[in-house]
Design a protein around this ligand. Structure first.
Ligand SMILES: *[C@@H]1O[C@H](CO)[C@@H](O)[C@H](O)[C@H]1NC(C)=O
Ligand SMILES: *[C@@H]1O[C@H](CO)[C@@H](O)[C@H](O)[C@H]1NC(C)=O
Ligand SMILES: *[C@@H]1O[C@H](CO)[C@@H](O)[C@H](O)[C@H]1NC(C)=O
Ligand SMILES: *[C@@H]1O[C@H](CO)[C@@H](O)[C@H](O)[C@H]1NC(C)=O
Ligand SMILES: *[C@@H]1O[C@H](CO)[C@@H](O)[C@H](O)[C@H]1NC(C)=O
Length: 719
């Protein structure tokens, strides 16, 4: 830090020297050549030069190249040669804002956004500019507080201080004179204290207010109701609590209201429906209670309704169907209930995504949803929906994301047959449905060429029987397959290895037998480094919750964020672990636990340097743990418990961090932290071993002895 500062000082001193030199040179030159030419005022020039000495860039400002500062890059003047604009956005400028800038007393537009400026805004800065209209310092690294004695002047219309490191409270006096303020954006800083809702007392014609992503705290006090032109109010991602003050709902000019990701409580006031211009209502991730306002349908301009993750109950108000401009609807993670198919979705002709997951809706899948033909994403997971998927769903030509996991749907064969007709389907999550049915076989999907765009198929936790059939081998775009927690029998097909995009394969907790197919160790995505443009980097319509990971709350917003994994745990796979497994260089999780693997642990696993989790527990593996495993630097979870391993546990590297439970159930293993320490191994282990053998022998002998005696007695008695 200090070093950097020193460097920058040296840098600016050098710049200062350079600039001065040129300045003197040019002053001399120009005073001879064009003595009468009107140029910018000395006070402005000096002020700008002082500013330029305080900033640096790999592409420096070449302001010394002319004496007339009105000609300088980013500067413009009025007809009396006073500087009115200083516009240097995205100019790679670092350093700090010189207090001397305050001498630009005619400045009206000031834009230094998207640079790397740091340090505080000079004290009383905003008061100095009596003609300032636009100030944009967004996306820098500015720090400090808005000084208690600073004020915005009455000329100011637009203030953008967003995406900096400002902190402290915003005093209401800051706005006292800002009667013409139209837009005030301080999002993405560390401002704290109460949200300054009193701003509307002074700046009553404000249109855009953005307080989002700060540390504003406590209840929102009344005040916003006085901003009668307010179009956009954002205060999401703060620590706001208490009720939403009802005067907000009186601002009928509001087009967007973002109060999501706070700790707001209480019911949603029914007078909300007065906001007839509202296009976005985002209240997700709060603690709101009660029902959705019954006449919400009066919000006829509503395009986005986000009420996710609250404590809302009751049914879907029928009037919602009148919000015919809805594009996105997210009511997930609430306590809503009732028969979903009773609601009429058919008028939502603009609807692109709907998430009603993790609520308590029941009944069949709502067929009226299938007339919303712009739909790309549907999530109805974790409700109490039942019945079959009807062919009507094929009427959604753009459907790309469908999640119906965790319901009570039936007839998987019919479901797969129908869904193949959704040609653009990329993500299909159907886990925890279709209980005890059989995985569709090839005969039932004969001649199918569906699912050509499918990237993610989840059918876990369905207790499905049957075998893994060939139709899955035709899904050439498949990246993630989850068939875990079923009762699938047979062996793991070799063709998995040919799926060019597969990188997450979960087959755990089934009844699979046979060997580990060596072809699996040839999976392209796990053996070759793909460049980022070869991997799908697009955002998913909805985040996917990891259904199988140990940290179960993980959410993924892109497929490429998923960790490459093969999980074959808890099956009946036998044979050795093939050495070809050493080719899976890009795998993060490898779980072969609770199978019948035998033989030794291949040394070559130590080549899988990305490995974070390796579970080989509960097999019949013998021999030693390869000492080279201590080179697996990312390994954070390692388990070889309950095998027949022997010898020393490797010392060093991550092995210092694994618990004893990772090694238990291998009587022949010894290590520093195990009951069997390797120092004095010959003594303790041998002794224990001998003792155990002795006891085994003893119990056998005693048992044998007793039964022998009993038999003898019985025989005697019989005789
Ligand atoms: C500042 O300049 C940037 C880049 O040209 C522009 O996007 C932004 O709108 C300007 N700010 C204001 C308030 O005009
Ligand atoms: C505030 O600025 C941020 C960028 O820093 C931008 O994303 C956001 O849209 C702005 N808010 C408004 C209401 O324009
Ligand atoms: C939808 O709006 C129409 C026209 O305003 C009205 O007649 C109807 O009752 C509304 N529907 C619902 C379910 O509120
Ligand atoms: C599943 O659906 C198909 C096609 O609609 C039908 O023929 C079959 O009888 C259904 N199976 C069950 C178990 O309901
Ligand atoms: C394992 O890694 C070593 C060292 O990087 C390399 O020489 C060897 O070829 C690798 N083995 C396989 C099978 O990839």
């Amino acid at each position: 830090m200090t070093k950097q500062l020193d460097n920058s000082n040296v840098f600016s001193f050098r710049a200062l020297f350079h600039n001065l030199l040129f300045l003197i040179l040019f002053t001399q030159l120009f005073s001879f050549m064009i003595p009468c030419q009107a140029t910018c005022r000395k006070v402005d020039r000096d002020s700008l030069l002082a500013f330029s000495f305080g900033v640096y860039s790999s592409n420096p400002l070449k302001w010394y190249s002319s004496i007339d500062c009105c000609m300088w890059e980013g500067v413009s003047c009025d007809n009396i040669n006073r500087v009115i604009h200083l516009l240097l956005p995205s100019r790679g400028l670092a350093g700090s804002i010189s207090p001397s800038l305050a001498n630009l007393s005619h400045l009206s537009q000031f834009n230094l956004s998207q640079n790397r400026l740091s340090g505080p805004i000079p004290d009383g800065f905003f008061m100095a500019f009596k003609r300032l209209v636009v100030v944009d310092l967004s996306e820098n690294r500015l720090t400090g507080k808005l000084s208690d004695f600073d004020k915005l002047m009455s000329t100011v219309k637009t203030v953008n201080l967003s995406s900096n490191h400002f902190q402290g409270t915003i005093q209401y006096a800051f706005f006292q004179q800002a009667v013409n303020l139209k837009s005030f954006n301080v999002s993405n800083n560390s401002f704290s204290g109460p949200i300054p809702s009193s701003i509307c007392e002074f700046s009553s014609s404000i249109q855009h207010l953005d307080f989002s992503r700060n540390l504003f705290l406590g209840p929102i006090s009344e005040g916003f109701g006085q901003c009668s032109d307010l179009q956009s109010l954002r205060a999401d991602v703060n620590n706001l609590s208490g009720d939403v003050p009802s005067d907000i709902y009186k601002v009928s000019s509001l087009q967007e209201l973002y109060l999501s990701a706070n700790r707001l409580s209480g019911p949603i006031n029914g007078i909300l429906v007065n906001l007839i211009n509202l296009r976005t209502l985002s209240l997700y991730d709060n603690k709101l209670t009660g029902t959705i306002p019954q006449d919400i349908g009066r919000l006829s301009n509503l395009e986005k309704l986000f009420l996710r993750k609250n404590l809302l109950n009751g049914t879907l108000p029928p009037s919602l169907a009148n919000c015919t401009r809805l594009v996105m609807l997210d009511l997930s993670f609430n306590f809503l209930e009732g028969e979903l198919s009773a609601f009429d979705f058919s008028k939502f002709i603009q609807l692109r995504s709907v998430d009603l997951g993790n609520t308590s809706f029941n009944g069949g899948l709502p067929a009226s949803l299938y007339s919303c033909n712009k739909l790309t994403a549907i999530r109805l997971a974790h409700n109490k929906l039942n019945g079959e998927i009807s062919p009507g769903i094929m009427g959604l030509p753009s459907l790309s994301f469908l999640s119906l996991s965790g319901n009570c749907l039936n007839n998987i064969t019919s479901a797969i047959q129908i869904l193949q007709g959704c040609k653009n389907l990329r993500i299909l999550l159907l886990s925890q449905n279709f209980f005890d049915e059989s995985l569709p076989d090839d005969d039932s999907l004969i001649g199918s060429d569906g699912f050509q765009n499918l990237q993610f198929l989840a059918l876990g936790g369905c207790r499905l029987t049957g075998q893994i059939s060939m139709w899955l081998s035709k899904l050439r775009k498949l990246e993630v397959l989850n068939l875990s927690l079923n009762n699938i029998t047979g062996s793991i097909p070799a063709w998995f290895g040919d799926l060019p995009n597969l990188f997450v394969l979960h087959l755990s907790h089934n009844l699979l037998s046979g060997y580990f197919p060596v072809e699996l160790a040839g999976l392209r995505r796990l053996t070759t480094k793909l460049s980022t443009d070869q991997v799908d980097q697009s955002y998913l319509e909805f985040p996917i919750f990891s259904e199988y990971n140990y940290a179960s709350s993980l959410q993924y917003t892109k497929l490429s964020y998923l960790r490459p994994a093969i999980n074959l745990g808890s099956n009946s796979i036998s044979g050795t672990i093939p050495t070809e497994i050493g080719q899976l260089k890009f795998i993060f999780f490898l779980d072969l636990s609770n199978n019948n693997f035998s033989g030794s642990i291949p040394d070559i696993i130590s080549n899988l340097t990305n490995l974070e989790k390796l579970d080989l527990s509960g097999n019949h593996l013998s021999g030693q743990i390869p000492a080279s495993f201590k080179n697996l630097h990312f390994l954070s979870s390692f388990n070889v418990a309950y095998n027949d391993l022997e010898g020393h546990i490797p010392v060093g590297g991550q092995f210092e961090t694994f618990p004893n439970s990772s090694f238990e159930g291998n009587p022949g293993l010894c290590g520093e932290f195990l009951p069997h320490s390797c120092s004095g191994q010959s003594e303790t282990t041998l002794q224990k071993g001998t003792k155990r053998k002795f006891f085994n022998w003893l119990s056998f002998e005693i048992g044998y002895g007793i039964s022998f005696i009993l038999a003898l007695l019985a025989g005697l008695k019989f005789l």
